[in-house]
Every structure is written in C-alpha cells, then in structure tokens.
Ligand binder design. Structure first.
Ligand code: LLP
Length: 414
C-alpha cells in the first residue's frame, strides 16, 4: 500500500502529502502510480498463461489522461461508455483495437465515431442499438464486432444505485431472450457477432454473485454455439469491490481471477474483464484542510474545504470513506464529529458521527480510497472550482490537472 505514515506524517509513495498540499493547495486528489500499476499487473498476471485475455480498465472510474496513459503504457485496454471517454483514451495513447464500448444509450454519432476509430467491440444493450451499429457499419463499408450484454438476473448484493444485473435494472438484454436476439443480430449485415458480455454491478465484496453470473453466461455461450454461432469472446465486466470500512477486507484479485481460470479452462474463449474501482480506488486520496469547527447543540461539525461537489459518494450512496490526519496528532482527545463541506445542503457530508482524534483549524485530512468515482463525479455546484489532481511516482510528483479558476467557471457562458 502506497499511503503510509513515516515519523507521524502521511506519505504517498516517497512524497509527504503535506508537501503536495503546500504547493498544489487543497482540496486536491493525489494518486499513486505504483498502486495503480501494481493492481493492473495483479489482474494481468493472474490469468493462466494459456488463457487469452484483455484487461480493459473502466475509464469512468478515473479518466484523467495521465492515469489513462500510465495504464495504456502498461498494455491495458479500455472499457468506455461515451464518445468523450473514447476521446480521452485516444489522447492518452490508448490502442483503439483494445477498446470495448459499453452503455445503454449510445447515440448514432457515438457509434459512428467509435467505428471510425477502430474500436474492438460494442457491448450492445438493446436490439435498436444492434440495428444502428449494423447500419453504421454498412455505411462505412466496415464490419463491427459486437457482443450482446446479457442481464443474468443475479443479485450483486450491493447498493441499489450500482446494482445492474437484475431484471428490474435498465441494463442489458434479459438472458432468457438472448438466444433470439443473437439469432436476429447474426442475420444483420456489417456485424461480426462473436462475443457475450455481462456486468452485474459494482463494489461487490463477495465474488460469489459474480461467479454465478459467469456460470449463467458460459451456459448461454454453450447454447449459442450449439446453434452454430461462433462465439470466441466473453466479457465479464467489472465489479470487484474494495474494503472501504475498517472491518471490510478488499477481495483478492488473484483469487477472483483464479476462479475465472478454472471456469474458462478448455473453453476456447478469449476473456475480457473491465475493472474500474479495484484498480484505482485505493490508489487515491482527497486531501482537504480544516476550515473551522462548530458545535450545534451536542454535535460537533468539522468544516473542511472539500465538499460533496468534490466527492459525491457519501452524499449519493451514504458511502463510507476512511479519513486520516496527515500529521498524526499527539495527545489529543477522541471526539465524534461530522466532517462536512461548505456546500449549502445538509446532504453535504464526507463522514457522519466519525470517532476520531480532535483536529484543529488549518490541519490537513486525507480522505482515503478516493481514486475511483471521486474527481470524475465532481461538479461546480455552489460555483466551486474543481480540485487539482496530482500523480505521484516514487519520490516525484506532478499536477496532472490544474485546479480550476473562477475564469474556468464562466468560460462557456454568455
Ligand atoms: N463495466 C461496466 C459496463 C460498468 O457499468 C462498470 C461500472 C464497470 C465496468 C466498472 O465497475 P467497477 O469495477 O468499477 O466496479 N459511481 C459508483 C460506481 C458506478 C459503477 C458504474 N459501472 C460509485 O461511486 O460507487
């Protein structure tokens, strides 16, 4: 783990976080390049040598182009869900031939751009989308590779907003209707229908449900093959969670991939996985400074300079993020406090009733596990310029996205 205390001061790799805050200001996201790369390699190297595979990083988790470049240089593919994400991948030097395009509402223009860019596969979520891709490919005189994203009706046992594999969710095509949809798709011009995909949700701590979905998808592939379809690839999506709360262990990537190896052996399938959170969440913190503290009745509020517009997960999913002092306080009493931002909403909190050592005005806090779905979900709400982003590599670090200015706030307005 690249975030650790040395002599009472929190470091990212070999750089004191206080040094970054002093120079780049707060709030500020800080990512460890070593952490991101080591998790990517853990995925990549856990597949059996004989198992053809592609690890397609889910760009939505953290789409800073320096992060994408790091992964592209390590050989990663990418899972995108919009033309904007494809643009970022290409700007970062990613290989379009290793890009898969997921998402429930691709527009015709997005399909056109992706086809022109030469992406590897469209993971299709409706018959209308399949028809559009066929039409677009025919117009361009190209062939488009497609998978149908099937909805295996498995409960991912995660927060309802990030569960996607149940019949009641908007995602995918009901697995019971998939054979018919495959038959129709395989008759359309301009398509190579050679893949099946699924993704049942995110922040899954117990991979049993993911493996249940894998079994259902592999059974579907057998049925499709028996009907003469040449299925050569399976895309198993992302979803592996991380331990946000002190008692929650982060599931082991090699264990999960080991289960996949066992299920895939001898099936003659290339496998794609689309991890997002498990590659980058633990590799990032959000650095923030205490503005002031106040009591309302018996309650203590610690007001910091990061808010729900910077890190939306607590407000949106009641998510728990560990919060650590950048300098370990000596001899401070323990208190229970709400850590809140300056935004004018009671939903603007980063932690509720958190037991912690007392902090003082001006001190720095690190909100842990903020590398995934942190900056990417941030906004300018309350006209707050978005935070800076910093990438640490060993003893050196650089700003990879500048803090926004007031001018940035209004630049597209008239
Ligand atoms: N593939 C597809 C098709 C997806 O929809 C997602 C995530 C992933 C891969 C990556 O899943 P991961 O490995 O990161 O679990 N904003 C939420 C998470 C939303 C996830 C959406 N889809 C959060 O902050 O928890």
């Amino acid at each position: 783990m690249s975030f650790d205390y040395r002599n009472g001061s929190l470091y990212c790799e070999s750089v004191p976080l206080a040094e970054i805050a002093a120079s780049a200001g707060t709030p500020c996201y800080v990512y460890s390049a070593a952490d991101i790369l080591s998790r990517f390699l853990e995925y990549d190297s856990s597949f059996d040598a004989a198992q053809p595979h592609t690890v397609c990083y889910a760009v939505k988790a953290n789409s800073n182009i320096s992060v994408l470049r790091l992964l592209a240089q390590a050989g990663a593919g990418f899972d995108i869900v919009s033309a904007g994400e494809l643009y970022r991948v290409l700007r970062a030097g990613g290989d379009p031939a290793q890009v898969v395009f997921s998402g429930v509402g691709k527009t015709f223009a997005e399909i056109d751009y992706a086809l022109k860019s030469g992406i590897q596969t469209f993971n299709c979520e409706s018959e209308t989308e399949v028809e559009w891709i066929s039409e677009c490919a025919s117009r361009q005189g190209k062939e488009a590779r497609i998978a149908l994203r099937v909805n295996p009706d498995v409960d991912a046992a995660t927060h309802p907003y990030i569960s996607t594999g149940l019949k009641e969710n908007k995602f995918g095509i009901d697995i019971a209707l998939a054979e018919d949809a495959y038959r129709k798709a395989s008759q359309l011009p301009g398509l190579v229908v050679d893949s099946v995909s699924c993704h049942i949700g995110s922040q899954i701590l117990n991979p049993t449900s993911m493996l249940e979905a894998v079994d259902r998808v592999l059974a579907l592939i057998e049925r499709l093959r028996a009907q003469g379809l040449r299925i050569t690839n399976v895309d198993l999506g992302g979803g592996l969670g991380i331990g946000y709360k002190p008692g929650d262990a982060t599931p082991s990537i090699p264990d999960y991939i080991g289960h996949l190896n066992a299920r895939l052996a001898g099936r003659n399938l290339h496998v794609t996985v689309e991890p997002g959170r498990s590659l980058v969440a633990e590799a990032g913190v959000l650095l923030t400074r205490v503005i002031l503290q106040k009591h309302n009745g018996a309650k203590l509020f610690t007001v910091v300079d990061a808010a729900m517009n910077d890190l939306m997960r607590p407000a949106l999913y009641q998510a728990y993020h560990e919060i650590q002092p950048v300098h370990l306080p000596m001899d401070r009493p323990s208190v229970s406090a709400d850590i809140v931002g300056p935004v004018c909403e009671s939903g603007d909190f980063l932690a509720k009733d958190r037991d912690m050592k007392a902090v003082e005005i001006g001190e720095l806090l690190a909100i842990r596990n903020a590398g995934a779905y942190g900056f990417v979900m941030s906004s300018n709400y309350n006209s707050r310029p978005r935070a800076a982003e910093v990438l640490v590599d060993g003893a050196s670090w650089k700003v990879v996205r500048e803090r926004e200015t007031f001018e940035d706030l209004v630049q597209h307005e008239m």
